[in-house]
Ligand binder design. Structure first.
Ligand SMILES: Nc1nc2c(c(=O)[nH]1)N[C@H]1C(S)=C(S)[C@@H](COP(=O)(O)O)O[C@H]1N2
Ligand SMILES: [Mo]
Length: 310
């Protein structure tokens, strides 16, 4: 059994070696602490992550253009319009940023984003993302399996669910001044769903750090579920014995279930889920069971009535 540890943050390792050495040289020649403030941020914050693994789980479908991925969003903390996040999230302060790992774990801890980035190597995962509002995108995410962090946390035998809590800060998030959802935004997964290799702890897209409107600095992406399960800008990952009530379940229990698996056969009470519009395309396409990931995830739901557990 491999022994997992939460990584510490030696500055020399956050910054790729050549940059670190160049920085030291610069400090030696230029000297002075004031100049240090002008030095580049760690590479991941400045954009660009170095070497990135490709993933066997990536789709080869055409990518949704970057402008649509960053310009057409749901992020209710910034308003309910699709262009609100791009217009209003720009100043979200994403550093320093820490995430509480709490609840039913042997090692509750608060991790800095830089520690989280060192848990596992980053991969590019090109996933379909299907919104409950019947549009979809294809996005090249950067991240690593959430399972890697969960292994570090060592859930106790009681942990059956994982809850994700997004930032609550009405000063920065003007949408939180309205009670459209119960803040903070809370989502959740069954522990086995959270451990599934497709579930991605995500820090970037299109080769760069996540833009604020896409959930910087850290979000979840669960590609076989409706988009709202993929919580953005998370500050806590909580392990629970009981199934949590998510913000969307609370807002509309008959419309948004806990599972929210993409399912063309189970309609939303107010619209069909049989088809979707891929952003940028004219004709609608058929929505696929589990958003096309049935081969990988159907066994998680063997024997379950998916109309009841929607
Ligand atoms: N905290 C938070 N996370 C969120 C949302 C939100 O409003 N707040 N919207 C969800 C919805 S409905 C979708 S479709 C996806 C959109 O992710 P994207 O903007 O990166 O495409 O984010 C999800 N995560
Ligand atoms: Mo969505």
């Amino acid at each position: 059994m491999k022994n997992y540890h939460y990584p510490k943050i030696p500055a020399a390792e956050i910054t790729p070696k050549h940059l670190f050495q160049a920085r030291r040289k610069f400090m030696q020649t230029a000297g002075g602490a004031a100049l240090a403030a002008l030095l580049p941020q760690p590479l991941w914050a400045a954009g660009g992550f170095g070497e990135i693994k490709k993933s066997e789980f990536s789709t080869s479908e055409a990518l949704t253009p970057l402008q649509s991925v960053t310009g057409y969003n749901n992020f209710y903390e910034f308003g309910t319009g699709k262009d609100d996040p791009a217009a209003r999230a720009g100043n979200l302060k994403t550093r320093p940023w820490s995430v509480r790992i709490e609840g039913e774990v042997k090692k509750p801890i608060t991790l800095d984003i830089d520690q989280i980035l060192k848990i596992a190597p980053l991969e590019e995962r090109i996933y379909r993302l299907r919104c409950v509002e019947a549009w979809s995108m294809v996005v090249p995410w950067l991240g690593f399996p959430l399972a890697e962090l969960i292994k570090c946390a060592e859930p106790t035998g009681k942990a059956k669910y994982v809850e994700f809590v997004s930032l609550h800060d009405p000063q920065q998030m003007p949408g939180q001044k309205s009670a459209v959802l119960d803040w903070p935004y809370r989502e959740g997964l069954r522990l086995d769903e959270a451990m599934h290799p497709l579930t991605l702890l995500t820090v970037g897209l299109y080769g760069e750090v996540l833009p604020p409107q896409n959930g910087a600095p850290l979000r979840i992406v669960v590609p076989w579920k409706y988009g709202f399960k993929s919580a953005k800008s998370i500050v806590a990952i909580r392990f629970l014995e009981q199934q949590p009530t998510t913000s969307w379940m609370q807002a509309g229990p008959s419309e948004y279930g806990f599972y929210a698996n993409v399912n063309p056969e189970v309609d939303h009470p107010r619209w069909s889920q049989a088809k979707e519009r891929r952003i940028g395309e004219f004709l609608k396409r058929k929505t696929l069971m589990f958003n096309g990931y049935a081969e990988q995830v159907a066994p998680l739901y063997a024997g379950m009535d998916l109309a009841r557990y929607f």
